[in-house]
Design a protein around this ligand. Structure first.
Ligand code: SAM
Length: 396
């Protein structure tokens, strides 16, 4: 028995020693091998999402994954400042303004989804109750989309006689945070992370803002934002003192100007999930940006807290991202609510956005049973999003 054991030990040692027969120059440690093909950032992103979202989203993840990897759909944000008769042209191509088209009858497949989600989180009676007090939607924001399942692309917008373009192409779901912000006549509004400016343009379409402060910490992106505004907004509005553009670190905003704005949009940098799985350029999952990616939730929290401080008591703050990540969405909001009270004595109320999924169920797919906020999830037949949004009201 003893001899057998010794033989086995010898065999193990021999097998280990076999590596000695490989010349040193041919031995490589995987992680140091410069010759090993680097994984593209898009693959790293997909691996990361597979690991986290399969748990977080369960059986929804496989279909969201397919949609994320498929061609996304755009919406055309109609530019009220343009003199082109764009609206009629777009409608003639088969588009419709999804904001005014809030008829409640759903497509057959949607009925199933809606009923499914009703079972879990939204009772029919809740929805009926909310319909009595739906969100106030600006009648001036129009965003045109092609019908479900129709993946026709928009033609590039044409300039009118003043050089202003007729529409801005963006993810139609990105308009929802602006709608949910519910800007009223004369409001002072802060757009804390504004570049390249899609949501700023949507805010300007309301034509009811008293004072608009547009900020983005990146100087180059602020320049891009200025270019976008010049292409869509009349010169006199850009030079008006009612519009202020800055390139400041938004996390410090509350220190400079607090208790001021009626509405604050905090559209934070995030893992931009759709971009991360489809584009290797400027990808937050590239190895060189690992630190930046890991710091995102902290940056998001600081930006949201700064936005909360910048709002006046009674004012409303809309937090939004384009990621499915619970850590960057609900967790950030929860921590901000806690820290605003702990560190600044600011009490906040979460504003219910459930009317949104109900109003826009013909156009978007919404995640069922989120405990905080609402989220548009990508779907092959309506490939918008992801867009997460949560609205807070300052009580003190
Ligand atoms: C999701 S993008 C905003 C998109 C924009 N709201 C739109 O609709 O076009 C996030 C922006 O946050 C900016 N950003 C990152 N860190 C920031 C900070 N500390 N303060 C202000 N802006 C910041 C980035 O430069 C980026 O333009």
């Amino acid at each position: 028995m003893m001899a057998l054991l010794l033989d086995a030990r010898l065999l193990v040692r021999k097998v280990k020693d076999l590596s000695c027969f490989t010349p040193r120059r041919h031995r490589v440690k995987g992680k140091w091998a410069a010759t090993l093909a680097k994984q593209p950032a898009t693959s790293l992103a997909l691996q990361h999402f597979d690991a986290t979202y399969s748990g977080q989203l369960g059986e929804l993840w496989p279909s969201i994954r397919v949609a994320l990897l498929s061609e996304k759909k755009y919406g055309a944000l109609f530019n009220n400042f343009s003199h082109e008769s764009t609206l009629a042209q777009l409608e003639a191509q088969g588009c419709r303004d999804f904001i005014s088209d809030t008829g409640t009858e759903a497509q057959p497949s949607e009925v199933a989804v809606e009923e499914e989600s009703n079972c879990v989180s939204i009772k029919k009676s809740d929805i009926d109750g909310q319909l009595l007090s739906p969100l106030q939607l600006s009648p001036h924001i129009k965003c045109l989309v092609f019908p479900r399942g129709d993946i026709t692309r928009f033609k590039p917008a044409r300039p009118d006689m003043y050089g202003l373009l007729g529409y801005y192409l963006m993810d139609a779901a990105s308009v929802l945070p602006v709608l949910a912000l519910d800007v009223q006549e004369g409001h002072s509004v802060l757009d804390l992370c504004a570049a390249p400016g899609g949501k700023t343009l949507a805010l300007l379409q309301t034509q009811s803002i008293g004072f608009l402060c547009v900020n983005d910490s990146s100087v180059s992106r602020t320049l891009r934002l200025r270019r976008v505004l010049r292409s869509f907004v009349p010169k006199q509005l850009l030079t008006d003192e009612k519009l202020h553009i800055s390139s400041l670190d938004g996390t410090k905003w509350g220190e400079v100007e607090s208790n001021t704005f009626d509405r604050v949009l905090v559209d934070v940098p995030c893992t931009t999930d759709r971009h991360s799985v489809t584009e290797d350029d400027n990808n937050i999952f590239s190895k060189s940006r690992t630190g930046e990616r890991r710091r995102l939730p902290q940056l998001q929290l600081e930006l949201l807290l700064a936005g909360i401080e910048a709002a006046c008591p009674g004012g409303e703050i809309l937090y939004s991202t384009c990621t499915l990540s619970q850590i960057q969405n609900q967790s950030v909001v929860e921590q901000a609510i806690f820290l605003a009270q702990e560190n600044h004595g600011i009490r906040l109320q979460v504003v219910d956005l459930k009317p949104l999924p109900h109003m826009f169920r013909k156009t978007f797919h919404f995640a069922p049973n989120l405990h905080l906020g609402e989220m548009v999830i990508p779907h092959l037949a309506a490939n918008f999003g992801p867009i997460y949004m949560c609205k807070l009201r300052r009580l003190s």
